[in-house]
Design a protein. Sequence first.
Length: 154
Amino acid sequence: MQVGDKIPEVLGIDQEGREIKSSDYRGRKIVLYTYPKANTSGCTAEACSLQAHKEQLAAAGYEIIGVSKDRQALQKKFADAQGLEFPLIADVETTLLQQLGAWGEKVACGRRTVGTLRTTYLVNEEGVIEKIFTPKEIKTKIHAEQILKHLEAK
């Protein structure tokens, strides 16, 4: 997907077993972020950055939704352990990740693998992508600040 594209209607099932749809957020903006693996250092840093700035993002009109291929039970453990107060979609089949373009080849520690590409999509009230933060742009420990800085610059 690219800027100007509409996100899919069905996003998936979150850590609480709820089906999340983009129409549930109509009239609200979304920070939709994809991450490789719950409970790893980078993904934890990113999730905690977003949680710590949740109120500031909400003041700017944004709600947060995370997506990884982790199972629902692992997403629940991750959310509970880190005090995350936003949906984490368990995209085990990688359907949404592939639709978003956040699934593909990457190099980690000199090894080529296929997996989740850490990406963040800022989505407007109509479900249209307005900004994409690519894997190379995202700094996990300060990702929420990166988003807020971008919003201030608009």
